[in-house]
Design a binder for this molecule. Structure first.
Ligand code: 13P
Length: 260
């Protein structure tokens, strides 16, 4: 079975719930105008916690062809963890995806592969799909050890997850030096690491898992560079930051296949 590409807009800390409803509606209208075919490319918005209920209401109420999800989750199920949000709470809101281990969480909140692995397991246990982020910083890239570095992260974040679950989850390769910098990895850079990740999954979890797992590229993806990145065999979508905040631009990214 061919992998359906996943184009996920990570809004990061942008848009309050009122703005979120506006952006989702605008995105849906634009996709409709462009004659979007959801079976060719799945579109998702990954929004701040405070936006989820409103985004759910508009997407489900108007039956919009968009998935939605959250940007982080707690490793705990409930209890005295002030400020945390449990996987069960996100599942109750019908979130399909939860991003875990984004490089901004790793950098500003000290998240480790071990913690990210625990979060991914909570997301799976609650019936949602984790989008698990990996990626090297500039010094690692300069040292030429980015492939082994990312594979070590991948090993850590997937540890103990059953192969049939690995087949269904999403891994996002986001080189940190390409995030929000306008510096895009070349399609060959993206393929080198995405291909290596799939190779690792095949080795550690088997061919079926490797065939099923979707591997995204993220880092300064725009309508103008998405087509060439998506032409690479092991790139199954994009995790998009800045460009996902503009309906027209994100709609063009989602519909990369019309140009391909
Ligand atoms: P930009 O697309 O703004 O570079 O952000 C990428 C990213 O971090 C998505 O998660």
């Amino acid at each position: 079975m061919a992998r359906t590409p996943l184009m996920a807009g990570n809004w990061k800390m942008n848009c309050n719930h009122v703005e979120a409803v506006g952006l989702v509606e605008q995105l849906a209208w634009t996709l409709k105008d462009f004659k979007y075919e959801p079976e060719r490319s799945e579109a998702a918005v990954i929004v701040p916690f405070t936006d989820i209920r409103s985004v759910q209401t508009v997407i489900e109420g108007d039956r919009l062809p968009l998935a939605f999800g959250a940007q982080d989750v707690s490793v705990y199920d409930s209890g005295a963890y002030t400020g945390e949000i449990a996987a069960g709470m996100l599942a109750k809101l019908n979130c399909k995806y939860v991003v875990v281990g984004h490089s901004e969480r790793r950098e500003y909140h000290g998240e480790t592969d071990e913690l990210i692995n625990a979060k991914a397991k909570k997301v799976i246990a609650a019936g949602m799909t984790p989008i698990i982020c990996v990626g090297e910083v500039l010094e690692v890239r300069k040292a030429g050890i980015h492939v082994s570095h990312v594979l070590t992260q991948t090993k850590g974040v997937l540890d103990g997850i059953p192969a049939e679950q690995v087949a269904k989850l999403v891994i996002a390769y986001e080189p940190v030096w390409a995030i929000g910098t306008g510096e895009v990895a070349t399609p060959q850079d993206a393929q080198e690491v995405c291909g290596a990740i799939r190779g690792y999954v095949a080795e550690a979890f088997g061919e079926e898992a490797a065939k099923g797992v979707r591997i995204q590229y993220g880092g300064s993806v725009k309508a103008s560079n998405v087509v060439e990145i998506m032409a690479e065999p092991d790139v199954d979508g994009a995790l998009v930051g800045g460009a996902s905040l503009k309906a027209d631009e994100f709609a063009k990214i989602v519909m990369f296949y019309t140009v391909a």
